[in-house]
Design a protein around this ligand. Structure first.
Ligand code: SF4
Length: 77
């Protein structure tokens, strides 16, 4: 198994417009708060390598470019 733990994503709450598109791909790591703004799930801790594509899709689909994920920039090779 090669399911290493990558850094968690972050969401800029000042940019998020709350449509929730990202949740279609990464609801395991992202949730909506009471104000309708996406937050990183507190218990996430990190992103399983096997979920990397889910996070990348969430980043790509966000119309506000509110999600950043340094994990995808890490070259572990
Ligand atoms: S896709 Fe972007 S703007 Fe929409 S809820 Fe997710 S973080 Fe917010």
């Amino acid at each position: 198994m090669s399911d290493e733990l990558l850094p968690p994503p972050s969401v800029d709450a000042t940019k998020c417009v709350g449509y929730g598109l990202c949740h279609d791909y990464a609801s395991r790591y992202l949730e909506m708060d009471d104000d309708g703004i996406t937050r990183v799930r507190g218990a996430a801790g990190g992103v399983a390598a096997s979920d990397a594509e889910s996070i990348e899709r969430a980043v790509a689909v966000c119309p506000a470019q509110a999600i950043t994920w340094p994990g995808r920039l890490v070259d572990s090779g």
